[in-house]
Design a protein around this ligand. Structure first.
Ligand code: ATP
Ligand code: MG
Length: 398
């Protein structure tokens, strides 16, 4: 099938907004006689006038050929999906060889390394808006899947039959919600039906991939909407039932309120991942302490709070997600420090606040600041701790 080709005056992609090194990679590949285009998220974002987070390049060159061209700048990675990473300073560009996939099958994809044509390569991609090529040399957008009109209509449609595409790779369902949350596009009616039918398939996909999508969405500036959609479409119920149950309670609103604030702050720079995950955990933890201690007129001591914190982290993300050890330790540190800064027990007035010797303390402080947007009384507490941290007294707590 011939693609629809949008000439320079028929599309909104401005080459000046492209990363110059990404353009260089495409140019070098083309000069060596290969087909090469920008593809996927970067083309979509540039057409929308958004700065892409990363650039993917698709080429007819095989991974070994890419390696031979870029030598030391190039690292071949991946087994399920073999591709080349080209490094320019701190930037990495993903270069993948055009692939053919069995788009008709409803089997879970295990390997995906059969080489193909540019057309076959877009056919195995997830959504029409992610299936566009940009050729910087001719400054044309190449569209095999009707992606450009969908982008203009703000419409999310799978490439191929949604039911099959979700069965083949259930992570696509989460990606659908991710794009819905990020761009607020309308979801195609068939895809909506397939989403409801296929949602339990999500349990077959790799927890690492979904965890990465979750983290990326918490960082995206659309985290509140994403968690809300994950809840509405029952993914949280499947992946993290205790958290889903909590979200439906009145206190569950606190999670969305924290994420609302996170989304505002993300515009000023990235927020630490442990802090983002703490937003999902803290209201749950508070509720547990309320029920198991405060409602029974018991004040938990630090050992009990630590135990409750560990339990809350496990329960919020159970049974699907396994939080990597380092990230988990940082979350514990952020959460437990909240109880030092805002203790349940009335503290005798102190001359100096004792700053814990904890490298993660600044994150705990930042989290307290986030909480204070919901509980204005905490603003003063935050100010005092911030002041003590920036101008420490001579002696520090051991
Ligand atoms: P982001 O802006 O979050 O990076 P993206 O669409 O660029 O979004 P990537 O994970 O960077 O997402 O993937 C790059 C491209 O690879 C996508 O645009 C899409 O064409 C294709 N792709 C990614 N994941 C899948 C998948 N699960 N199934 C099919 N195609 C996929
Ligand atoms: Mg991308």
């Amino acid at each position: 099938m011939d693609p629809k080709i949008y000439q320079l005056d028929e599309h909104t992609l401005n080459k000046k907004h492209c990363d110059s090194d990404a353009l260089k990679v495409v140019q070098v590949l083309q000069e060596k006689g290969h087909i090469a285009y920008l593809v996927g998220g970067s083309v979509r974002d540039l057409l929308l006038g958004v700065e892409p987070k990363d650039y993917d390049i698709s080429t007819s060159a095989r991974p070994e050929e890419v390696k031979a061209i870029f030598r030391g700048q190039c690292l071949l990675i991946g087994r399920r999906f073999r591709l080349a990473h080209i490094r320019y300073g701190r930037k990495i560009f993903e270069v993948s060889t055009f692939r053919a996939g069995n788009v008709e099958s409803d089997e879970l994809i295990i390997r995906d390394n059969e080489w193909g044509t540019p057309e076959q390569d877009v056919m195995r991609r997830d959504f029409t808006i992610n299936g566009l090529y940009y050729d910087p040399t001719t400054e044309t957008v190449i569209d095999y899947v009707g992606g450009y009109p969908d982008l203009q209509k703000k419409y999310l449609r799978t490439i191929g039959q949604p039911y099959l595409r979700f069965k083949q790779d259930p992570v696509r369902m989460i990606r659908l919600l991710k794009f819905k949350a990020r761009f607020n596009f309308e979801i195609d009616a068939d895809a909506n039906v397939a989403l409801a039918e296929c949602s339990p398939e999500i349990l077959k996909s790799s927890q690492a991939r979904i965890f990465e999508e979750l983290l990326r969405m918490l960082e995206s500036g659309s985290s509140e909407m994403f968690i809300d959609l994950m809840h509405e479409h029952r993914f949280l119920e499947l992946l993290t039932p205790a958290f889903a149950h909590f979200l439906a309670l009145p206190e569950g609103e606190d999670v969305l309120d924290l994420l609302y604030e996170v989304d505002l702050r993300t515009k000023d720079g990235p927020i630490d991942r442990a802090l983002l995950l703490s937003c999902l955990t803290f209201p749950f933890l508070q509720k547990h302490i309320q029920i198991h201690f405060l409602d029974r007129d018991k004040i938990p001591h630090m050992g009990e709070l630590l135990q409750e914190t560990q339990n809350a982290i496990s329960n919020v993300f159970r049974p699907f997600f396994l939080i990597p050890r380092k990230l988990r330790m940082k979350m514990v540190s952020i959460l437990i420090t909240q109880f030092r800064m805002t203790p349940y027990q009335k503290q005798p007035a102190r001359k100096h606040l004792r700053i814990p010797r904890d490298p993660d303390f600044p994150f705990a402080l930042e989290f307290l600041d986030l909480r204070s947007t919901m509980e204005p009384a905490l603003k003063k507490v935050w100010k005092d701790w911030k002041e003590a941290f920036t101008n420490p007294p001579h002696k520090r707590a051991r």
